[in-house]
Ligand binder design. Structure first.
Ligand SMILES: Nc1ncnc2c1ncn2[C@@H]1O[C@H](COP(=O)(O)OP(=O)(O)OP(=O)(O)O)[C@@H](O)[C@H]1O
Ligand SMILES: [Mg+2]
Length: 327
């Protein structure tokens, strides 16, 4: 439901890749909203459709992909915009932070120039003004000696610093929405925490909205206000973060929670099996072939996403019979 404070609304979106012999649906009728100033976590294992969803919002789809449904940004339907209007939004009002900065940064340009370029393109700044602002942005993302580091090439920086540069580029135009697609996956654990803390600080300072995409439910617990759990292109469960951690109901969510490292002597319990390929999904519940609580009826029809308490949605028929904590 779109309200006054809604910045982004993904409304019944399905995403397809064109294929001979029938297009392949990789995301199936997902809906979620992002309010102004809110961090929403999108969590799921590899291949569940997180990145293609972000690409749909950003309008950076591969040639062979398309979507059905609607995406609204600031109340505007994105599919109604011209290519030029979309380009003007990207980098300016919405931006994206990618997983691997080495492949998203240009190796032959200094990091300072790459940040400055965003400002020259979107804000029409002169090169010298943009470089001065780029230095400030490097300071904002806590890079020491920014006036010197601005002349570095990406390979002269550590992975953590490159990710900070990516954040500086993403926030250069003070966007309303940042899509952070596994922003810290390539970093080691201590650096991950620092980079997230930085992103969080910037988000609060500028009241930005962030979609935090990750396969790590642990990251979301401290950083997101609401969470959507995705599996095989569907939302399986969504709720505000406190509720989801206190009363998880979907067996997939519980499986993800059990696979978060909790301490040196507490064994991890990974979810057995693998995410099925989008063209080999089981009939009925898409998680049924990996679920420890599967019943024959789970394999008959796919459960609907049902609101089980206010703002808490679940796609599992066991919900009615099992109380949280017993499954
Ligand atoms: N260019 C493409 N052509 C065909 N299929 C694609 C393409 N890009 C992605 N897919 C398929 O779409 C599905 C969703 O992919 P997506 O990259 O969104 O997953 P993800 O949740 O971001 O996974 P990861 O955690 O590995 O980044 C996958 O089955 C993937 O194989
Ligand atoms: Mg991805």
């Amino acid at each position: 439901m779109m309200s006054e404070g809604t910045l982004l609304s993904v409304d019944n979106v399905s995403i397809y890749f064109k294929r001979q012999g029938g297009d392949l649906r990789v995301v199936n009728t997902i809906s979620f909203d992002v309010q102004k100033g809110e961090i929403v976590g999108v969590v799921g294992e590899s291949g569940c459709g997180k990145s293609v969803t972000a690409a749909a919002v950003m309008g950076i789809f591969p040639q062979n992909a398309y979507y059905e449904g609607a995406i609204y940004f600031e109340g505007q339907r994105l599919s109604a915009l011209t290519a030029e209007q979309r380009r003007a939004l990207r980098g300016n009002k919405m931006s994206m932070i990618f997983q691997e900065p080495m492949t998203s940064l240009n190796p032959v340009l200094t990091v300072g120039y790459q940040i400055a370029e965003v400002l020259m393109v979107h804000r029409g700044m002169s090169k010298s003004d943009a470089m001065a602002r780029a230095t400030e942005l490097l300071a904002d993302v806590k890079i020491p000696s920014p006036a010197l580091r601005i002349r570095d090439y990406p390979h002269q920086m550590s992975g953590g610093m490159r990710q900070r540069v990516m954040i500086a580029m993403a926030i250069a135009c003070n966007p309303a929405l940042v899509l952070a697609d596994e922003p810290t996956t390539a970093l080691d654990v201590t650096i991950q925490a620092q980079v997230l803390k930085l992103l969080r600080g910037i988000q609060e300072k500028f009241n930005m909205s962030v979609v935090l995409i990750t396969h790590d439910l642990g990251l979301v617990s401290e950083n997101a206000g609401r969470v959507a759990i995705m599996y095989a292109g569907r939302i399986m469960e969504s709720a505000d973060t406190a509720t989801l951690f206190k009363h998880p109901v979907h067996p997939y969510t519980i499986g993800l929670l059990n696979s978060i490292p909790k301490g040196r002597h507490i064994p991890l319990v990974p979810i057995p099996g693998f995410v099925p390929r989008p063209d080999r999904l089981p009939v009925g519940c898409k998680f049924s072939d990996r679920c420890g609580f599967v019943e024959p009826r789970c394999k008959e029809a796919e459960p609907e996403l049902v609101e089980i308490e206010k703002g808490h949605f679940n796609r599992c028929i066991l919900n009615a019979t099992a109380s949280p904590g017993t499954i």
